[in-house]
Design a protein around this ligand. Structure first.
Ligand SMILES: Cc1cc2nc3c(=O)[nH]c(=O)nc-3n(C[C@H](O)[C@H](O)[C@H](O)COP(=O)(O)OP(=O)(O)OC[C@H]3O[C@@H](n4cnc5c(N)ncnc54)[C@H](O)[C@@H]3O)c2cc1C
Length: 399
């Protein structure tokens, strides 16, 4: 049974960034990343919008606000060093009518409190920045950007391996237990003994937390986010990132337009209950995952409270016309024939038993295990700083 200092479960961006930061701070440490898929970054990290978020939305002082700001800088520095392209194309958050202006103002004030460079602009300035967007007022966030997080992960994995770490794919962790003062990790690629374990399992984070012997305070409920892409003939309708004013009751940002780093413009995502933790298609179904979600008190309470918004999201999932109507609020010229379906993503939404959404990052630890229980958006942007945070937690033990 090979022994290692630290075993990291999950080869998404959070697990890989943690391995990278660990080897950066403690060169020579033995690190193994165990990933159940054939490649790294095949789940949330590889199916996201590819936005470098600025941290404008998040509660000042929250882990999301702090880690997003610091993580974005760290991500840009990493990409500058590594020659990975990103583009600070800027973003506008658009109030389409007067009823959205108070919420826009609140977001602006949060941005100021979080140290994000942003400006309230009028309809004329919006027209200059995004000639095809319509609104009465907007926030311009010039330093928001776009990036390819899969490319970032491939480079992180490469650097981890060059520094002596191991990235083991097709290694699904099936059990974690303590033997004396060590952890035993059983996986489909064999057994590993480690001094410490870190789990960064995204859509399975609650299950891994439980496997490690800790009790997660929230259950993961998967929400699929569906996208369309604009046909090349209408790419000119969006120059950068065009977002609506988000509903303050939801953690999701509403369907938006995202220019992509390799070209093209993506529209979406919506948010509908996925019938499997990795349910990327409408027909994806896993009986265990489905029953687990719909019998969970947190989900039932959320569904009762927000049934109207939930039905709206489902309607947008089945009706392209409804999806287009949501997009037309921001860019009236968009037509249904301008859109082609694009691959969906699935979000790991952590829900408390009372139906409250856990919106901040959440880490649970004991003497041998650090569980990253909740790493929602903007965790891709923030990943290098989340990694630093986890390494801080391991530092006293390793040192
Ligand atoms: C639709 C969508 C859009 C988003 N847009 C953005 C954005 O624009 N910008 C941004 O910053 N963030 C965005 N996010 C959020 C961001 O993508 C996630 O917060 C981030 O990718 C989380 O990374 P992770 O490593 O924790 O999870 P994941 O990427 O899901 O990785 C977890 C890994 O753990 C592995 N795993 C799970 N169980 C096991 C096991 N038992 N054994 C071994 N391996 C296991 C999985 O296979 C997976 O590879 C978006 C998310 C979604 C879903």
């Amino acid at each position: 049974m090979p022994g290692t200092d630290v075993a990291i479960v999950g080869g998404g961006i959070v697990g890989l960034a943690t391995a990278y930061q660990l080897l950066d701070r403690f060169p020579g440490t033995q690190v193994v990343v165990l990933e159940k898929e054939r490649e790294v970054a095949l789940h949330q990290t590889g199916h996201n919008s590819g936005v470098l978020h600025t941290g404008i939305y998040y509660k000042p002082g929250s882990l999301r606000a702090i880690n997003c700001r610091l993580g974005k800088l760290a991500m840009q520095e990493f990409c500058d060093r590594e020659g990975i392209p990103y583009n600070l194309c800027g973003k506008v958050i658009v109030a389409v009518d007067a009823s959205e202006q108070p919420q826009l103002q609140r977001i602006y004030e949060r941005g100021q409190a979080n140290g994000v460079r942003c400006e309230l602009i009028d309809a004329a300035r919006l027209k200059e920045l995004e000639p095809h967007a319509r609104g009465v007022q907007a926030i311009h966030v010039p330093e928001a950007g776009i990036i390819d997080y899969r490319q970032v992960c491939d480079r992180l994995a490469q650097r981890v391996q060059e520094r002596g770490g191991t990235v083991l794919t097709q290694a699904r962790v099936t059990s974690l237990f303590r033997r004396n003062v060590r952890m035993i990790i059983e996986s489909t690629a064999g057994e590993v003994e480690a001094r410490y374990v870190v789990t960064c399992a995204g859509l399975h984070s609650d299950r891994l937390t439980r496997l490690s012997g800790q009790t997660p305070i929230a259950q993961i409920v998967p929400f699929r986010g569906e996208y369309y892409e604009l046909k090349p003939s209408v790419h000119h309708l969006c120059r950068g990132l065009i977002y609506p004013v988000p509903d303050p009751n939801f953690p999701f940002l509403g369907v938006h337009f995202t220019r992509m780093i390799h070209g093209g413009v993506e529209c979406g995502p919506n948010a509908v209950l996925a019938f499997a933790r990795e349910g990327y298609y409408r027909l994806s179904f896993n009986l265990f995952d489905f029953l687990e979600s719909i019998t969970y008190s947190g989900f039932l309470r959320l569904a009762c409270k927000h049934w109207r918004a939930g039905l709206g999201e489902m309607w947008r999932s089945f009706s392209k016309r409804a999806f287009v109507t949501a997009l037309q609020r921001l860019v009236p010229e968009i037509k249904s024939e301008d859109l082609v379906p694009a691959p969906a993503g699935v979000r790991a939404q952590a829900l408390l038993p009372d139906g409250e959404l856990v919106d901040d990052f959440l880490i649970l630890e004991n003497d041998l295990v650090v569980n990253v229980c909740n790493a929602p958006s903007p965790a891709a942007t923030a990943s290098l700083n989340i990694g630093r945070l986890v390494v801080d937690k391991l530092a006293q033990r390793l040192g």
